[in-house]
Design a protein around this ligand. Structure first.
Ligand code: ASP
Length: 443
């Protein structure tokens, strides 16, 4: 179905020779997987150390004039084990010698850390019999550290397009002065996203050992259903509620280019994983319009009452100015004719609460100001649900049947979700009730 897939494999899929072999077999299962981006070997056990962390340690020990040799030997040994078990002809000693030489030359920690990906990608290229293309030949930063998109996309496309296959190390690129610079930790995702964008690939596959994006928090719901497809906007709502599935910044290049991401599980190859789509195509029929139920505890609600405040033109401006002065963001704002409610999560609010309330009283002259604590927000996510008949009935019946009193409702204007406020003590009960009624029952 797809012609060109950029597949990225994380540290857990490359932790040792057997994982690398498994990764190679996954790659060979689909001829569209033509470009592979590698991270560097991750932890094999709970008390193991990632190669990247070992490299950072090596650099800091060297700079602090401490003994770095043990760490360098451990890195050497780790790659030696991988290479000998894979049975490939690869000179690990030469790579480690080069690494040591660069340490002595005083290369930056970014440079030293990047060697994990550099060596791993070379090993992977050998295993697959593919060409290794260095990221420093294609990924260019500007002097301020931002990506030089124009140069990067055009160079990567020029170098890679003529190649049937290539392996590219993730995590780094090159500065205008020729030094190596890494992305933030976990940055191989960014590399893969950049390569996918440069090639205008059909798909970016991100392979990990915990692929699932769940439709509810697994610490509340036992084995919740996995989300089959989700849009970037919906994912953004999920992230807001604290679900960390994908570093959103890492997909900025493909998000804009409309390239989908498929999160796949290396331990469950037959599972289709979660497809993240820029937009829901018009003819895309979802099995269930509710995608997930997510939430967070501990919000504050500040209610300000004043007769006919909706007629007072500068009211909102004055109110938000007060919050701007304290640099406190209002998460949600709900307004009626005589009342406005602000939902706040910033712990700063608690710290500056009395000052803020005095300013509100002084500047806005309200009849009443009240703060409600212990409010949880729950977001029922599913694009387009506001246009479907009976959606609200389902949501509110589920909560009513569970004996939950809804304190606040915000539908938002983009028809992506409904946000409900409930007491903290009703939080888990509400999540269970909504999950059972909307997701489990395929509402
Ligand atoms: N190896 C780097 C890290 O540990 C980059 C990555 O894995 O994506 O952060």
């Amino acid at each position: 179905m797809y012609q060109t897939i950029v597949a990225k494999f994380g540290g857990s899929s490359l932790a040792d020779a057997s994982h690398i072999q498994k990764t190679a077999s996954i790659i060979s299962m689909d001829p569209a997987r033509r470009y592979v981006v590698t991270s560097s070997p991750g932890e094999r056990t709970d008390d193991d150390i990632k190669i990247t962390d070992m490299l950072y340690m090596c650099h800091s020990r060297f700079t602090n004039r401490e003994n770095y040799q043990d760490m360098l030997n451990a890195i050497h040994l780790r790659f030696d084990e991988i290479v000998s078990e894979l049975g490939i002809d690869f000179n690990v000693s030469a790579e480690i010698k080069e690494l040591q030489k660069n340490l002595m030359l005083g290369r930056s920690s970014d440079f030293i850390a990047s060697r994990g990906e550099f060596i791993t990608a070379k090993i992977m290229a050998k295993v697959l019999g593919w060409k290794f293309i260095d990221a420093s030949d294609m990924i260019f930063f500007n002097n301020d550290g931002s990506l030089n998109e124009l140069k990067t996309f055009s160079t990567a496309s020029r170098i890679l397009k003529p190649l049937e296959h290539a392996v590219i190390p993730g995590f780094y690129g090159i500065m205008p002065n020729g030094s190596i610079k890494t992305f933030t930790r976990g940055g191989s995702d960014t590399t893969a996203s950049i390569i996918a964008r440069a090639l205008n690939a059909d798909l970016y596959e991100k392979w990990t050992d915990k692929a699932e994006i769940f439709s509810a928090d697994p610490s509340i719901i036992d084995s919740p259903k996995a989300v089959e497809n989700i849009t970037y906007k919906e994912l953004h709502e999920l992230s807001y509620m604290g679900f960390t599935v994908l570093n959103e910044d890492s997909v900025f290049p493909i998000n804009r280019a409309g390239i989908p991401v498929n999160i796949r599980d290396t331990n469950n190859i037959n599972d289709k994983g979660t497809l993240i789509l820029p937009e829901l195509p018009e003819d895309f029929a979802r099995e269930n319009m509710f995608v997930c139920v997510a939430g967070k505890r501990g919000f504050r609600v500040l209610q300000i009452e004043k007769y006919k405040l909706n007629k007072e033109a500068p009211f909102a401006a004055k109110l938000f100015n007060i919050f701007a002065r304290y640099n406190i963001a209002c998460e949600h704002c709900l307004s009626g004719i005589d009342i406005v409610s602000l939902v706040l999560k910033n712990p700063l609010f608690d710290l500056r609460r009395s000052e803020i309330i005095s300013e509100i009283k002084r500047e806005l002259n309200p009849e009443n100001v009240e703060v409600k604590t212990n409010m949880s927000l729950i977001s029922v996510i599913g694009q387009g649900m506001g246009t479907v008949k009976g959606v609200f009935a389902k949501v509110f019946n589920a909560l009513a049947n569970a004996g939950v009193k809804v304190k606040m409702i915000d539908q938002g204007s983009d028809d992506l979700n409904i946000i409900l406020g409930v007491d903290d003590e009703d939080y888990e009960r509400s999540i269970r009730a909504l999950y059972n009624a909307l997701i489990l029952k395929n509402a």
